[in-house]
Design a protein around this ligand. Structure first.
Ligand code: SF4
Length: 222
């Protein structure tokens, strides 16, 4: 039976200090895969990306963002039209309802501009912390940790937190990752998760942070 890993916050902090420079050097181009030109477009692309690949979302938004340019455009269009426009991204009824309602609120409460504020973003229908952090970090340049499936999985394997719950994990990571690195940390972790530390078969033999990864010593973390 493999021995059990015991979480230690100071060890987690040290692991971040060790792996972050390596991941940044390994993935210098790491950035969000969704294409957007402004905060509204990123907000909508992020809502569309639930249960859908970024490539498919980019395909759909390439024409969509030429058709609807402002929050008012989205707020004014009929829900059935939005459903048809976004159908290929899946779960289109929910997504269409959220996009329309969020844009109505942006028009009515925020003067047509996506708010650059976590609490205000969280008042928008369909927007949780993951989407809000994505918009704050990538569209507004504020430090933000996005806890997607890759960040959750890698944080467990690397012993950075005991929590799988995205909100608790986000707060744990905020305490051990330097604030100015929050957004970049998310990008390199997500890229590493996609390319090397894959869900089913992590490529540990060729992993650049293998020397600092507790999952090598404690396979129960995998
Ligand atoms: S050593 Fe393996 S489990 Fe650890 S980060 Fe690298 S790929 Fe992931």
């Amino acid at each position: 039976m493999s021995k059990a890993f015991k979480f230690d916050k100071e060890r987690a902090r040290k692991t971040v200090q060790q792996i972050l420079p390596i991941l940044k050097k390994t993935y210098p181009q790491a950035r969000i895969a969704l294409e957007f030109g402004n905060p509204l477009e990123l907000l909508i692309a992020t809502i569309l990306s639930a249960q859908c690949t970024d490539a498919r979302v980019n395909q759909v938004t390439a024409t969509l963002f030429k058709k609807y340019r402002t929050a008012k455009d989205w707020a004014d269009v009929g829900i059935h039209q939005i459903e048809q426009d976004i159908k290929s991204t899946g779960f289109y009824r929910n997504k269409a309802a959220n996009i329309k309602a969020a844009c109505q609120r942006i028009v009515e409460e925020f003067g047509g501009q996506v708010p650059a504020d976590m609490d205000k973003l969280l008042t928008l229908p369909g927007v949780g912390r993951k989407t809000a952090n994505c918009v704050l970090g990538d569209a507004f340049g504020q430090p933000a940790i996005t806890c997607d499936t890759h960040v959750i999985r890698l944080s467990r394997r690397l012993g950075l937190s005991e929590n799988k719950d995205p909100e608790k994990l986000e707060f744990d990571l905020q305490q051990i990752v330097p604030r100015e690195e929050w957004t970049n940390f998310s990008h390199v972790m997500i890229t590493h998760g996609r390319q090397v530390c894959k869900a089913r078969k992590p490529l540990c033999d060729s992993c650049p942070v293998r020397s600092y990864c507790p999952a090598i010593e404690y396979p129960g973390l995998l």
